[in-house]
Design a protein around this ligand. Structure first.
Ligand SMILES: Cc1cc2nc3c(=O)[nH]c(=O)nc-3n(C[C@H](O)[C@H](O)[C@H](O)COP(=O)(O)OP(=O)(O)OC[C@H]3O[C@@H](n4cnc5c(N)ncnc54)[C@H](O)[C@@H]3O)c2cc1C
Length: 443
């Protein structure tokens, strides 16, 4: 019998398993895929790295990844536009007629976003769980008293913000959903791929891939975890599968989960946010910009392209599809999606925009082992629901993963900290995060 079974070899599960193992526990990690990393997944087929899942550290200040990443010898590049910022770094902003905003207009736009964001926070100060981001945004814009065109630009910006940050429509997301979202410090990306981290954490652990867990049964002092061909017994279990998987009921819990955990699983949302990378034969956009952004109604369905050439060494743009559009593109062919993106780029840069020589598309919503991209605070739920989901249930069943970490859901570092929390709860004692790198020598 094991001490602890961990279900899922994403960053949350591997963090928990490594900390428990370093405290002397016998731990097994059961992972349905044929790889570790989960939503951290780097595609290296082209000879350079394309991160199909997470690619940014969202804010280096106070972030546990800031120390962890160099300890594993991972190289980073500053790229502080990963959270749908309006300013801070150079962005080529295009107006509703596809004309480049000049410096003054860009400054006014950034100032409008700052003003509206401050007003938004005051507007929602007394909002409960039932107000949507959409109605809060409308109340904010009404209070600002701006002319229609100025307000409309903000309105579409807010819509794209929830699509990107939550993978959901502005009407589905709670007004308070992004309260935790402030980025502290620079953001960075990884030329060598972000999934180096989960692979490094998995080293030396007993990880069994190809093991899809179908049921988890618990009694007062033990748990049994079933896969199609094998059962495992332990004193405790940590389930780290994504919220999207828990929502489908793909894992049967016996006895049934109590309302304290089942309620948050039902109430929280699982968003869809997909990436489209396009590799071009030559750069046709301006030098020195982190991103290109199309404002207003002209920004549907594509509005922001990030110049990620620094990762691949090739001229590459990355754009996103979140919310309803993110789900819709999963039913389209690659060629249809690429043609649609090119149509928008050609409205900005003209017909001479070349066809791409490579493309990468994700379909996280249709992935049965993800069931979406990340969790969000849906109308009717709160950040407390994230933490309530963690349990423990009857002292033996714990949940971890990004969806269980209310302070920083939907992030790699939130997932990591949720795994740390679960390990501490099992051991009943604080564990320094530095235990994750014990015995590691960065190359
Ligand atoms: C497109 C995209 C972009 C993102 N960008 C960023 C970013 O830039 N920065 C950032 O901080 N975060 C980002 N995120 C979020 C981040 O990737 C996640 O928050 C984090 O990786 C989640 O880790 P986890 O351990 O909670 O879950 P996962 O990584 O999903 O791990 C759970 C594991 O459980 C496995 N599993 C599922 N069902 C079963 C089963 N029945 N039996 C056994 N195993 C099962 C899965 O295969 C998976 O490996 C992004 C996510 C996506 C999808």
């Amino acid at each position: 019998m094991m001490d602890t079974i961990v279900v899922g070899a994403g960053i949350a599960g591997l963090t928990a398993a490594r900390l428990l193992r370093s405290a002397g526990q016998r731990v097994v990690v059961l992972e349905a895929r044929d790889r570790v990393g989960g939503r951290m997944w780097t595609d290296r087929t082209a000879g350079f790295c394309v991160d199909r899942g997470a690619s940014w550290i969202h804010g280096l200040t106070g972030n546990p990844l800031t120390d962890l990443v160099p300890a594993f010898g991972m190289e980073t590049r500053e790229f502080t536009v990963g959270s749908f910022q309006a300013g801070g770094r150079p962005i080529a902003d295009y107006d509703e007629s596809h004309r480049l905003l000049d410096d003054d207009a860009t400054r006014r736009w950034i100032s409008d976003v700052d003003t509206a964001d401050a007003l938004f926070q005051r507007t929602i100060a007394d909002s409960g769980h039932d107000e949507s981001y959409a109605t809060a945004a409308e109340r904010t814009l009404a209070a600002a008293g701006w002319k229609p065109e100025r307000a409309e630009r903000l309105r579409t910006f807010y819509r794209h913000r929830t699509e990107e940050q939550c993978g959901a429509e502005v009407e589905q997301v709670a007004a308070h959903a992004l309260d935790e979202d402030a980025i502290e410090g620079d953001e960075v990306i990884f030329p060598g791929g972000f999934d180096v981290l989960p692979h490094a954490l998995a080293e030396g652990l007993d990880v069994r891939t190809g093991k899809t867990v179908t049921s988890v049964s618990r009694s007062a002092d033990r748990v049994r975890v079933d896969t199609a061909d094998e059962s495992f017994d332990a004193a405790q279990v940590i389930v780290t599968v994504p919220l999207g998987v828990l929502k489908t009921g793909a894992i049967a819990f016996t006895p049934a989960l109590p309302d304290a955990v089942a309620g948050p699983i039902a109430r929280l949302g699982m968003g869809v946010f997909n990436k489209i990378f396009l590799q071009f034969p030559r750069q046709f956009w301006q030098d020195g910009v982190y991103a290109i952004r199309q404002h207003g109604q002209a920004g549907f369905p594509w509005h922001t392209w990030y110049d990620v050439s620094v990762v691949s060494g090739e001229p590459m743009l990355l754009t996103f599809a979140g919310g309803n559009w993110g789900r819709e593109i999963e039913g389209m062919t690659d060629a249809e999606v690429v043609a649609s993106v090119l149509g928008s780029l050609r409205k900005i840069y003209g017909a001479t925009v070349p066809d791409p020589v490579g493309h990468w598309l994700t379909r996280w919503g249709s992935d049965p082992l993800a069931g979406g991209s990340y969790s969000y605070v849906a109308v009717g739920s709160s950040h407390d629901d994230h933490d309530a989901m963690a349990g423990p249930v009857d002292g033996v069943l714990h949940f971890a993963g990004e969806a269980t970490y209310g302070h920083e859901p939907a992030t790699v570092h939130g997932a990591l900290l949720s795994g740390h929390r679960a390990a501490e709860r099992i051991l009943g004692t604080p564990i320094p995060l530095s235990e994750l790198t014990r015995g590691v020598h960065a190359s």
